[in-house]
Each structure stands twice: as C-alpha cells, then as structure tokens.
Design a protein around this ligand. Structure first.
Ligand SMILES: Cc1cc2nc3c(=O)[nH]c(=O)nc-3n(C[C@H](O)[C@H](O)[C@H](O)COP(=O)(O)OP(=O)(O)OC[C@H]3O[C@@H](n4cnc5c(N)ncnc54)[C@H](O)[C@@H]3O)c2cc1C
Length: 476
C-alpha cells in the first residue's frame, strides 16, 4: 500500500486535477512481443482515479439499486455499464415483465414512479408490464437525483487485489483504459464478471468452474417489441391481458398454434406476448440452447440466429392475415437475454433445500416468493417439457441472507442480482428482478456503511444496514 506522504501527495493531485491522479511514469513501456499464438502487450501506465467509496460494475436492476442506495447512504459512488443505457435486461434486454416486486423499499418507489409516468400496465404490485424506454429514463433520473456518477459504454475488464483485498478495477471505454480504486466494490454484472476477474471461485449453470463443455445452462432469449393492427382483437394470444394473472398458459398455446399454422416450429415452447401499450406488444418466442455467456463467438452466433427467428415468425404470421395483418417488429433487443451467468461463491450459498424448507435468516435481505423456473436446456427437452421446477416438491418463500452477497474468496467485494452465491435450482427462483432490486439495496447500503466506516462488508451487521434503510425511508 502507498505510504502516508504518497497518499497526501495523491490527495493534493486528485483535488487539483478533479479526481484524475497524474503520477510520474511507473514502468517503461517495452516493445510488443509477437509469438505464433500469443501477443504480449507492452506494459503501460493508466490514469488512476480514486474518487469513490463504492464502485458498482453493471447497471441492471441490481446495480442501479445498489448504486442509488449506496449514494443515499452517504457514499460517493461510481457505476459502470457497458451498454448505452441503464437497466440491463429490463431495458437493453427489452424484458417488459416484472416478477416478485411486491417488497418494501426501492421496488415500491420504482413502481410508484412508473405509475406517475403512466408507464405500467396491470394493478398487481408483484407482477406487471412496464415500458422499457420509460424505465431507461426513470433509472437515469433516480441515479442523477441520488448523486451517482454513472458511466455508460464502460466495461470492467480487469481487477487487482492487494493480498486478499480487491483494490482496483480497470475499465475500457471511449475514454480509454483507466484504473479505479475504492474500498468496496459490488459485482452486479449479472454474469459475475468482476468476481471472476478478481479470482473468486464460481459455478455456471449446472457446471463447475473447470468444466468447459457446451453450457449445461438455461437458454438465452431474444426479446422484441412489435406493432399489431388492433390489440383489442388479440386477447386470445396475449398473456395476462388487462391484468388477468391467470391468462398465460392458454395464451401461449394459442400463440404457438398460430406460429405453427404459419409454418414455423418456434424454438421456445411457450412463445409469449405481453401488451406494452396502445398497439405495441412484446414478443418472447425464442430460445438459444447451450450457450455460454462468456463465449463471445457463441453469443454472437446465438444473437444472429435469434433475431432471424423472431423476424421469420412475425413475417410468417403477417402472411396469415386477420389479427396478424400488419404485425411487425419495431425494435429487437440490443442484448440477448442471458438467464444463467457465473454465480460467485459467497459466505453462504442459497440452495434448493432453502426453497423447500422456507429457510429464514437473521440477516435475510430479501424474501423470495417466486418459484423455480428452469427453461429447457435443449430443443429436445423443450419439446417434452418447456419449463420444469427443479424437483422441488413444495416451494416455500425463503430468505436470501446478506452473507450470500459477500464474496468468500476476496475481501471488499459484494455481489447482487443474478451473480450472488446460490445453486442452479435456487438461482432459477431468486433471479427475477424484484429480488435483484432488493439485493441491490442491501448490497448498496452495506457497502456504503463499510466503506465510510473503514470496515469490510462482512464486518457490518445486517441490523445496522437495515436500521439505516429504515431511517432513509427505504424499508418501512
Ligand atoms: C429472457 C429472460 C426473461 C426473463 N423473464 C423475467 C421476467 O419475466 N420477470 C423478471 O422479473 N425477471 C425475468 N428475468 C430475469 C431477470 O431479467 C434477470 O435475472 C435480472 O435482470 C437480473 O438483474 P441483474 O441486475 O443481476 O442482471 P442484468 O439485468 O443482466 O444486468 C447486468 C448489467 O451488467 C452489465 N455488465 C455486464 N458485464 C459488465 C462489465 N464487465 N462491465 C460493465 N457492465 C457490465 C450488463 O450490460 C447489464 O446491464 C428474465 C431474464 C431473461 C434473460
């Protein structure tokens, strides 16, 4: 670690240069080394920025919730997002349907603000449709109001520890390669990117860290928004139409029958339409099987296949005429939806038995009420059973403890959202976005308390975090 005099000098430079530390050359750049199959990059010095108490990587539902909450707690917060908008699967993934949102705290606040903006369909507080572009705007407004410094088009690409403690994250962005130091980091990349870069152990789908087979994991899905001629004539096909929460399975059967009549066997056995607004619907009709989210070539190929399939479906349906006349895609998701990413090992692992036993914890940060939702892992499985429940005999609502949000192998690192510590079956339940937000809140407040009081996250008792949330009016 740097000496106190070096820190003072850095502090002076940091203040003078608005957060960017200019230091003398630390290493001499060497020439690149070119081998047959390897290229050794020359070393270089990066600008180093040390202006945050908490750095959050990934701005999906969990990351935005973590950043807003940490900032409201009083911490200086940096939030990095690789896409050009906040919201993750909510926005770049065009999800439009929210599950398990009926919780105290930020979930309620987001829901009320969507209502104020007329951007929510349905009267249920746990499950509803939202408009993805309104969500982008709302999340930006909330982050700006909370004082979160967020950066778009910025990807975390490396992480460095001092001893067991994570101290520095490297990003790549239009501003180049930069180093960022902070006392506490939160991995909300969904895919566990930061935890893996920092050297944490992890699991992916039904695979251990060292298995490199075709992914034994849930399929990916490309979502799209589509225009219809007259939505009032399409009740038969639209899930949860006008807030009818029982109207789903039959709607998907009707939609599938028409897709088949149009000559296509959809890769997803329960193709779904949601009513977003006016004559705009969301179409979720595709599955891409066995794709690892950390294989860029496989992800690219899956994205190309998926987009082709949903366009083929809409074009074929249009030819049927009737209610499908004029049916066309108006926006396909920039980001294909990934269900299974790396689950970073934490100080507790949520397991299938917790779902059967309805396990409660003194440090429970979110109560999950959504059951297990495992989409078929292959087209063959899909034709037999599209969604299975992981062998759970009886599901009982259960707690996610704070310990599942704190990395086991690396200090100063928390997780929230999809990449927390859990097994394959438990993940298939807690991953939905109401829980991602609740976990983000818990990680945000705990990280902020730890950073400002110079402790590590595991040294903060959940009762202290919960009390803080109450005083902020976030968990009442
Ligand atoms: C097809 C599909 C359907 C689903 N259906 C539902 C549903 O109906 N209702 C529901 O509530 N949930 C649903 N889910 C689950 C839910 O969308 C996700 O589990 C949820 O978005 C998890 O939130 P998150 O913040 O952990 O991750 P994400 O939403 O994946 O967000 C992670 C963010 O991190 C960013 N990121 C990744 N790597 C980096 C990096 N290195 N540097 C910087 N940023 C990075 C990503 O760009 C992304 O914005 C569905 C998911 C999918 C894929």
């Amino acid at each position: 670690m740097p000496s106190p005099s070096e820190l003072n000098r850095r502090h002076f430079l940091q203040t003078a240069l608005g957060g960017v530390i200019a230091s003398p050359a630390l290493v001499k750049a060497s020439e690149p080394q070119v081998g047959d199959s390897q290229f050794a990059e020359p070393q270089r010095n990066l600008p180093m920025i040390h202006d945050a108490d908490v750095i959050v990587c990934g701005a999906g539902p969990a990351g935005v919730a973590a950043a807003i909450t940490a900032a409201r707690t009083g911490a200086k917060v940096r939030l990095f997002e690789v896409h050009g908008c906040l919201g993750g699967v909510w926005t770049a993934g065009l999800l439009t349907w929210i599950f398990d949102f009926n919780k105290p705290g930020l979930t309620r606040e987001i829901m009320e603000k969507l209502d104020e903006r007329g951007a929510r369909r349905g009267s249920d507080t746990g499950r509803f449709v939202y408009e993805p572009d309104e969500m982008k705007l709302l999340l930006e407004d909330l982050c700006v109001e909370a004082g979160v410094k967020f950066r778009l088009q910025t990807r975390a690409v490396a992480a460095y520890k001092e001893g067991k403690r994570l101290t520095t994250v490297i990003t790549e962005s239009p501003s180049g390669r930069e180093a960022w130091r902070a006392p506490v980091f939160i991995d909300t990349t969904g895919d566990g990117v930061l935890g893996a870069l920092a050297g944490c152990s992890w699991e992916l789908g039904q695979m251990g860290q060292n298995e490199s087979s075709q992914c034994l994991c849930q399929p990916l899905t490309m979502n799209a928004l589509a225009a219809v001629k007259d939505v009032t004539q399409m009740q038969k096909y639209i899930s949860f139409y006008e807030g009818d929460l029982k109207w789903h399975v039959e709607a998907t059967k009707n939609f599938k029958a028409d897709i088949q009549k149009a000559g296509i066997d959809p890769s997803y056995g329960m193709p779904t339409l949601f009513h977003v607004r006016d004559n705009v619907v969301l179409i979720m009709a595709n599955h891409e099987y066995g794709i690892r989210p950390d294989d860029a070539d496989a992800l690219t190929a899956a994205t190309v296949r998926a987009r082709k399939e949903i366009f083929a479906i809409t074009r074929a349906l249009r030819k049927l005429g009737g209610v499908w006349e004029g049916f066309q895609i108006i926006a396909s998701a920039e980001q294909i939806g990934v269900r299974d990413g790396k689950r970073i090992h934490g100080r507790y692992t949520v397991v299938k038995e917790d779902l059967e036993n309805g396990t409660r914890h003194a440090d429970g940060v979110a109560r999950v009420t959504f059951g297990v939702d495992i989409h078929a892992k292959s087209k063959d499985d899909n034709d037999k059973l599209t969604i299975e429940r992981g062998g759970i005999k009886k599901f009982s609502p259960y707690d996610i403890p704070l310990r599942a949000l704190i990395a086991k192998d690396v200090d100063g690192l928390m997780m929230a959202g999809r990449c927390i510590s859990g097994d394959f079956v438990a993940h298939a339940s807690y991953r939905v976005t109401g829980n991602a937000v609740a976990m983000g809140e818990a990680a945000g407040v705990t990280a902020a308390i730890a950073a400002v009081s110079k402790r590590l996250p595991h040294e903060v008792d959940w009762s202290e975090s919960a009390e803080k949330l109450k005083t902020m009016g976030q968990r009442v």
